[in-house]
Design a protein around this ligand. Structure first.
Ligand code: HEC
Ligand code: HEC
Length: 319
């Protein structure tokens, strides 16, 4: 069963996307519309045992269900007020970029970042501790088991989808420019295409005065965003997502614009994750655009953050 609050938040967002992209209406109108459509996020319903529905709520309304503003301090597992669905759009049910529809079928698998094989629960904890800047969930906690049940259920949902629904409704895949990204050009794209929703300072727009209600527009950087060990801090990962999905409702950026604005977004301060140097025990497996030290090559730290990446790949191909 789908909770009313889930449905109405999605309606609210599509409405906002339509309004903001028409760019004639101000934020005040947007906020008014959302307060009409977004509905109350209720944490009152108590989930006593793991369920697909609890898993869906945790991914859709992570901030309310286990964020830093949760009334029970023991339930504050996430360290930011992002939702998993801030990146895994439509609660992971949208095919294409960052879809969770087929995630279950890919695990267990080897993780270059961890240097060992991991299962779906390990992967969820990867996003918990990096994308959500939070703490690891106990592998057998009701939260972990419910999210896993939900994600496993998506694979059967995918089987039932017709071919047309399985194909992603997004622009052609991002093609990486063979140059360094330009922060100046990225700032212009940000101001013209992102700021209206994500805010002048990239800090997003809260749903209500209560932190626990989460964001209408999530922050792109700053203390309440993903941390510096998250996948989204990789320039190519961010550019692929942004080209496919942003501006929300009207993803029409060129490859160059997506590349530059992703670099601009990731040039800002965000929470710092400790011990990143132990990631990728085999450094030759480290992605070329991983933005933190160390590397097994002599390219500059700057080039690993901004590109061009092709010369780095070529170096590793020739090892
Ligand atoms: C800031 C954006 C962001 C947020 C928030 C986020 N994720 Fe992720 N997630 C990613 C990225 C980026 C990847 C890596 C995709 C890749 O490897 O290409 C990923 C990968 C995953 C995968 C593996 C998918 C696959 O196909 O292998 C799972 C499962 C997942 N996330 C679950 C979650 C859950 C559960 C939450 C909330 C607790 C969450 N994510 C929050 C960005 C995010
Ligand atoms: C119409 C409003 C709107 C515009 C314009 C917009 N976004 Fe978003 N963006 C959103 C919403 C809403 C989400 C969260 C999706 C959800 O919860 O369903 C989001 C999520 C994101 C995320 C992942 C979550 C996070 O906070 O990191 C990134 C990255 C992002 N947007 C980048 C951009 C960039 C870059 C631009 C400009 C090119 C942009 N967005 C333009 C509304 C917008």
């Amino acid at each position: 069963m789908i909770q009313p609050s889930v449905e109405s938040k999605q309606q609210g967002l599509s409405l906002v996307a339509a309004m903001a992209s028409s760019a004639v209406l101000g934020i005040a109108v947007i906020v008014l519309a959302l307060s009409m459509y977004s509905g109350e996020v209720s944490t009152e319903q108590v989930f006593a045992e793991p369920s697909v529905e609890f898993g869906r709520r945790l991914i859709r309304e992570t901030s309310a269900m286990m964020g830093p503003g949760h009334e029970d301090p023991a339930k504050r597992f996430s360290g930011s007020n992002l939702d998993c669905a801030s990146c895994h759009l439509d609660t992971g049910t949208e095919p294409g970029t960052l879809s969770l529809l087929l995630a279950d079928t890919k695990y267990p698998r080897f993780s270059g970042r961890d240097g060992v094989e991991g299962d779906l629960r390990d992967r969820i904890n990867g996003c918990m501790t990096r994308s959500m800047n939070g703490t690891e969930l106990d592998r057998n906690s009701i939260e972990m088991v419910s999210m896993e049940m939900y994600i496993k259920g998506l694979a059967s949902q995918y089987q039932l989808m017709g071919d047309s629904k399985r194909s992603p409704d997004e622009p052609p895949a991002f093609q990486e420019p063979n140059r360094a990204a330009s922060l100046e050009a990225g700032e212009v794209v940000f101001q013209e295409r992102c700021q209206v929703c994500h805010g002048e300072d990239g800090a997003g727009l809260k749903q209500t005065g209560d932190l626990a209600d989460g964001y209408l527009f999530p922050p792109l950087w700053g203390p309440d965003s993903f941390n510096n060990g998250a996948g989204m801090t990789r320039l190519l990962t961010a550019a692929r997502f942004i080209k496919a999905r942003m501006p929300l409702g009207q993803p029409d950026l060129s490859d160059d614009e997506a590349y530059d604005v992703a670099a601009y977004m990731n040039s800002h301060e965000r929470p710092v994750r400790a011990n990143l140097e132990v990631d990728y025990p085999d450094l030759t497996r480290k992605p070329v655009d991983s933005p933190y030290l160390p590397y097994a090559d002599n390219f500059s730290h700057e080039q690993h953050k901004l590109g061009p990446f092709e010369p780095i790949r070529e170096y590793y191909r020739n090892l």
